[in-house]
Design a protein around this ligand. Sequence first.
Ligand SMILES: [Zn+2]
Length: 208
Amino acid sequence: MGEEEEGVGTDTLNTGDQWSVQGITIREMENAVKVLLLGMGEDISREGLVDTPRRVVSMFLELTEGLRCEAPKITSFDRGSTDQMVVVADIAYTSLCEHHLAPFMGHVHIGYIPGECLAGLSKFGRVVEYYSKRPQIQEQLTSQIADHCMNQLKPRAIIVVVEGHHQCMSMRGIKKENHKTMTSAIRGPIAQGEFFRLLAVARGNSNL
Ligand SMILES: [Zn+2]
């Protein structure tokens, strides 16, 4: 057909009427997008919009994959004699604000003091993906990441800091372009000064 692929999830969209989550088919979702466009005053038969309902549904399914996949396991291995803080900085995420379905995005920073185990570092990225790929609020995203890592990894302590830029604040409403929303979740006793010092180093704002 010569159409471009548009990321994860497009294969499942070819089933049209068959795909069903909570009894809703792809076709019904596409029709809902058509209704939205019509209500805005659009002509849904014009060339530029013909494929838009399919693309919009595909995009929203991709951006909400966390709702339909398994929670990631954090693989871990014996920490040996290591007992220092581990910091993973600048894990990028994109999510959808649950109030407007507008994107918000930014970075997650995680620091933890190992318990019995060290985490496979890429697993933090998967945890961030899992909780960000759904309609969400930043405060809850932050807590969910912290609690999931606590439950799976059982560190002595963990701190999760999330920076977010919310399109629903910059595009509409009060239209504040350069805001940043910061949230943190702390579980257990952790030296926050050490965490923020290492974070500043990771972000090039300081030297060791
Ligand atoms: Zn919003």
